[in-house]
Design a protein around this ligand. Sequence first.
Ligand SMILES: Cc1ncc(C[n+]2csc(CCOP(=O)(O)OP(=O)(O)O)c2C)c(N)n1
Length: 560
Amino acid sequence: MKKTGAKIFVETLLEHGVNTMFGYPGGVLLPIYDELYHAPIRHILSRHEQGAIHAADGYARATGKVGVCMATSGPGATNLVTGLATAFMDSVPVVAFTGQVSTHLLGIDSFQEADIYGISIPVTKYNYLVKETSRLKEVMYEAFHLAISGRPGPVLIDLPKDVQTIQIDDPPVPALTLPQRRPHLDPVERDRQLEKILSLIRDAKRPVIYAGGGVIKSDKAHEALLRLAEKAQMPVTTTLMGKGGFPETHSLSLGMLGMHGTRYANYAVAKCDLLIAVGARFDDRVTGEPSTFAKEAKIVHLDIDPAEVGKIIQVDACLIGQARDLLQELADRVEPQAHEEWISQIAQWKRDFPLSYPKKEGVISPQYVVEQIYEKTRGEAIITTEVGQNQMWAAQYFKSTRPRTFITSGGLGTMGYGFPAAIGAKIGCPDRIVFDIAGDGSFQMNIQELATAVYNKVNVKIAILNNGFLGMVRQWQELFYGRRYSQTTLNGNPDFIKIAEGYGALGIRVEKPEDVPSAIERAIAEDHPVVIDFHVDPEENVYPMVPPGGAIHNMLDRKE
Ligand SMILES: Cc1ncc(C[n+]2csc(CCOP(=O)(O)OP(=O)(O)O)c2C)c(N)n1
């Protein structure tokens, strides 16, 4: 039986278990949207293509499945670019489809033609321009495989209109002919590395595990990490992307390290004699000046991507593979250890330098709002964040205990990510409470997605830490540019309550600290999207802070 490309497209999505996708139509996608009209796929119409791709990304991060989104040619496709780069930097499995002008119109500046294939090369794991309908099914099979295998990432498929309309014989299910990954190390060398790591652990007096997003992505890696840490008594610090990979309520947890990490995590890294990095990439927000990072330590790197090993820091030993498999192997093989002196030193640092913030009479501290969200959700919520101070306070004060519950744009630092990502996360995990911890600047970057949330009954909560500033940039201006607040005052902010109501959401304004807990309780009780506008201390800063390019153990703190 002959089938159009559009029909093959929908059938192939269904073969991959896709029951939800996010998108925004346009002329060149009419054949596909017509096919979707009666397909058993929930298509969420965003209000901006950036909203669609961030929602697909949030869905992927919360569920572990591939997130799917679609946009039309030209401006629809270019509106996806920030979302592709966001997913690429954080290794998120997204398959993005773009409509394209028909093949005979390619390359001649046709109406709404943009070379999204070319544009997206640096921000995708792989990308395709499908010129023949006969290739479509095979390309889609490859794309879904590539997005989620190995180190995950976004894959883009550009679909000219005629490829969607041409009819061909029903294509068979393709056999994937992708080149197989070869092991990075030969078995003898691998054994040597493993033995070396085991002996480094045996000899270490002051070990630290530094766990990144790879521990979240590799299913069950967090269980192996816990077993390894407890058995060898190794304290664990996580990156922003690694939050939830190790319970932050555990006595061996050091919380987050790096620019806004805890003092005790950064001190522990500075003083450790063995640092085991797992699923982490020595990002500059983590290392500060790399030549000063973990100077006293032997470095072990466990990662799925050999390109990450030795990229920033020379290592003493490495293993390449799934974080789960490598951590399980180490947890099985390692001999039980005790590091009483080291653990008690860390406990002392925790007592001496806890995370803290000033409690001012009548003023809402943003950190208090995050603490209350943690309390009122009993730490069970999925948190998404925007970018800036809100993101760092969320990371510091919401103790994550499970993978896939802290969702944030770590690598690209995309303002406007958190709210659409929250929509995707809630659709993927409808039984969880989902809070977007937002700044008043970031929220306005994708505020239009309130329509998406309300219309589709996506019960997300947006907690705006409204300081009237682009707070994080203002903080840098305060500390390093003589308090010259150039273009960081958000004059002209709207009335967020009216905006929420205008879209049919509930808006709650909170101006007094004593009203914070009840507002959060009320928002949770509502079976409806809620915007809570917390008027917080306008010039509160995120501390501790490592000045850019410094050593991470040299941190600034507030002047009392
Ligand atoms: C799309 C985008 N543009 C600009 C920036 C640079 N930037 C980083 S943090 C920040 C301020 C964010 O302000 P707001 O959302 O109000 O959050 P706050 O820091 O006040 O919590 C800016 C402008 C960015 N990260 N992303």
